[in-house]
Design a protein around this ligand. Structure first.
Ligand SMILES: [Zn+2]
Length: 110
């Protein structure tokens, strides 16, 4: 446990390794929990609606919008307010990247 909470606070760039670890995963194998009905489904089993304003993935149980992706001239956007979380397989787990000390060492090295 850290002696001081400020030891746990790092700049956002230190999260790059963690986020790369998460987003490189095969997203179709991840599970997503619906914020509306609390059910969990595999991303690969969700219905996809390819609408002109972007791709929309809905909950297989209640049809709540879980994810919305759209590419604009300003960038690629992913909105997930309809989901509680994504869960990835634990066989990809790399616990050391989740500790502030490890983040700091990688940030200092880069
Ligand atoms: Zn739902």
């Amino acid at each position: 446990m850290a002696d001081n909470i400020s030891d746990l606070v790092l700049e956002g760039n230190a999260a790059a390794r963690l986020l790369q670890h998460i987003f490189v995963a095969d997203i179709t194998l991840a599970k997503i929990r619906c914020a509306a009905c609390d059910c969990t489904n595999g991303i690969g089993s969700l219905p996809l609606y390819a609408a002109p304003m972007g791709a929309v993935m809905k909950c297989a149980d209640c049809e709540n919008v879980l994810m919305r992706a759209v590419e604009t001239p300003h960038g690629l956007w992913l909105e997930m307010t309809g989901a509680r979380h994504l869960k990835f397989h634990t066989d990809r787990h790399a616990p050391s990247v989740y500790r502030a000390k490890e983040f700091r060492e990688h940030a200092d090295a880069g």
